[in-house]
Ligand binder design. Structure first.
Ligand SMILES: N[C@@H](CCC(=O)N[C@@H](CS)C(=O)NCC(=O)O)C(=O)O
Length: 216
């Protein structure tokens, strides 16, 4: 399999955690200026040129959740990212929650800073920041005691949660008023596979649009 992404990209990290977590073999095709051919190939498959992208036996698969669903269906390993039954439905729901309400709002607030002059959206960016707090409050009230999103097993929900909470806390701090969520983020960052993803993105922190804080 060929995997297209960048180490500082949150959605890339989400899938890398699943790939590395099961030691799934793949060739990493980095999306960066040194490898223009990778971006060209990405754009041939992914209509908006968004990454990550997986090509498996010639078949392109994009959208991070769909890639993990694909790995679950065709390259299952020791860790079962999406359990059967009710637990699996909870995993899929929480994966949507982290992508849409945490990662999505984090991206909106961050990307507003790098829009061209005069094209900013302060209303949208402020709303995204407020919506992040709504997401945090919901998670504080509805996450279990863990250690992971649905309990004892690390699943696709945690693959989504790790990069989204990692970066979102840089945009709007979770803060001491949400101890359960803060402890979950700390557990995620201490997980060896998540720590590897964070470390591989570390050299690119100067590119964080809002300025990366000196922590984590
Ligand atoms: N819904 C997509 C989102 C992918 C996405 O937003 N990727 C970002 C990197 S984290 C990207 O490709 N940005 C490049 C761009 O916007 O041109 C997924 O789950 O894979």
């Amino acid at each position: 399999m060929e995997f297209f992404g960048h180490p500082f990209s949150s959605y890339t990290q989400k899938v890398l955690i699943a790939l590395w977590g099961n030691a799934t073999p793949f060739t990493y095709r980095m999306i960066d200026p040194d490898h223009p051919e990778n971006m060209e190939e990405l754009k041939r498959h992914s209509p908006y040129g968004l990454f990550p992208l997986l090509i498996d036996d010639g078949q392109p698969v994009f959208e991070s959740t769909t890639i993990i669903e694909h790995l679950h269906a065709h390259h299952r390993g020791a860790n079962d990212w999406i359990p059967d039954g009710e637990a699996g439905r909870r995993v899929r729901f929480l994966d949507r929650f982290f992508d849409l309400y945490v990662m999505g709002n984090m991206q909106k607030a961050g990307l507003d800073c790098i829009r061209p002059e005069g094209c900013g959206d302060p209303y949208g960016a402020n709303k995204a920041r407020a919506d992040l707090h709504t997401a945090y409050d919901w998670l504080e009230a509805n996450l279990g005691d863990g250690p992971w999103a649905i309990g004892a097993e690390f699943t696709m929900a945690d693959c989504a949660a790790a990069p989204s909470l990692f970066y979102a806390d840089w945009v709007e701090e979770i803060g001491p008023g949400r101890p359960r969520l803060a402890a979950y983020r700390a557990r995620l960052l201490a997980h060896p596979i998540v720590a590897r993803a964070v470390d591989e993105g570390r050299p690119y922190r100067p590119f964080f649009p809002l300025g990366a804080p000196d922590r984590d």
